[in-house]
Design a protein around this ligand. Structure first.
Ligand SMILES: *Cc1c(COP(=O)(O)O)cnc(C)c1O
Length: 384
């Protein structure tokens, strides 16, 4: 079993391989949109919104132009503005805090749990002030944050929760899906997300009728009736081509996530079979799925020991194995946010994760040979 597997390139993500399996379904709907020449919102977007609401388990789903704009619009609907705090994770994509800054509010960073990379609920209560308008946990890499205790704190303080579910469509916490747990969820359809469009796109989910109405107005410049504006919004609309593509892809989403989950398990098992060392022995730490959570592995992120990530990247690059760092700089240390008072040491777990994590290929179309070569190479690195 453990003879040296053949060397084969392993890209981090191969969207062409996915497209090959659904091309026959996608091409006709693209033609339909082109023939109809209706591109912004409209029936395709409405049908896709209904499908997402049913999938996630919320009363409403409101199509948006990106994950970033979904976060921004949700924060606007929650009334976030100058003088307000939004408590969130320091270890996320930029927009998690960027959207807060754009509204003139301040992100208050609550350090992460090292096992899941998500906001640590035990630190949440201490981060809340009378200015806290919103709590925004992130379901990083496709695993939900520990929403039970987060919601408990939020309810006790009467603060709404926005889930940054941009990497987590289909993930679950207990019986609830990401985006149906807090007051609202923000999703991204950036092409590399598990449900990826042919461009930018996003969605906000909510059960709240008033919020849904506000979000629909906010995405068209706050228009309450034609050319009458009750509030200032933006151009945050989802387009029909994206909705058409995403609607075709949605029924495949769970199958693709199962493929990612299987690959994650298989690669770890092969790594151990090939003599890969544990983190404690100087090797890799594979991702953990916390009890009661369904991880959809938008990213398959391992930890390499302190000071070994650069050599890991070089080792993998030499073997044509794709990899990426999500994210090398925690948000509290981003230059543009330093005025909020973040310093090295403010969020030690996020800072450690930012130095140690490495995302590896896990996409469902990986071949058996690619998985063996990937696991073999990782095991070899761990012994070096
Ligand atoms: C992708 C992503 C976003 C932003 O989504 P866009 O569609 O790229 O604007 C926000 N938060 C997280 C955690 C993400 O991964």
């Amino acid at each position: 079993m453990s003879e040296n597997p053949a060397s084969v390139p392993v890209p981090l993500l191969d969207l062409k391989a996915q497209y090959a399996t659904i091309r026959h379904e996608i091409r006709p709907v693209l033609d339909e949109v082109c023939d109809a020449q209706g591109f912004i919102l409209g029936p395709r977007v409405e049908a896709f919104e209904k499908a997402v609401a049913a999938y996630v388990g919320t009363k409403h789903a409101i199509g948006m132009s990106s994950g970033t704009d979904s976060q921004l619009a949700a924060m606007m609907a929650a009334g976030v503005g100058p003088g307000d705090d939004v408590v969130t994770s320091p270890y996320s994509f930029f927009s998690t805090a960027g959207a807060v800054a754009r509204l003139g509010a301040k992100a208050v960073f609550c350090d992460i749990e090292p096992e899941t990379f998500n906001l640590d609920p035990s630190r949440l209560a201490a981060a809340i002030t009378p200015r806290t308008k919103l709590i925004q946990p992130v379901h990083l890499y496709g695993q939900c944050a520990d929403m039970g205790p987060i919601l408990e704190v939020a309810r006790s303080k009467g603060i709404p929760v926005l889930e940054d579910a941009c990497q987590a469509m289909g993930a679950a916490y207990g019986a609830k899906k990401a985006g149906a747990i807090g007051a609202f969820g923000a999703f991204s359809f950036f092409p590399s997300k598990n449900l990826g469009g042919f461009g930018d796109g996003g969605m906000v989910t909510t059960d709240d009728d008033g919020m849904a109405t506000a979000l629909r107005a906010l995405r068209t410049h706050g228009e309450t009736s034609r050319y009458h504006h009750g509030m200032v919004g933006g151009n945050f609309r989802l387009d029909a081509l994206q909705a058409a593509v995403l609607h075709v892809k949605l029924p495949h989403l769970d199958g693709w996530a199962d493929g990612r989950r299987r690959n994650a398990k298989e690669i770890e098992a092969l790594y151990l079979e090939f003599g890969g060392r544990t983190y404690e022995q100087g090797g890799l730490q594979f991702p953990r799925e916390a009890a009661g959570r369904h991880h959809v592995f938008n990213q398959f992120v391992v930890r390499v020991g302190q000071g070994r990530r650069e050599s890991a990247k070089e080792f993998l690059a030499a073997r044509q194995i794709g990899h990426a760092v999500y994210y090398p700089v925690p948000l509290h240390l981003q230059e543009c946010f330093l005025s909020w008072g973040g310093k090295p040491g403010s969020c030690p777990e996020a800072e450690k994760a930012a130095q140690e994590t490495l995302a590896l290929p896990v996409f469902p179309e990986l071949t058996a040979g690619q998985k063996r070569f990937l696991a073999w190479s990782l095991a070899e690195f761990s012994r070096g």
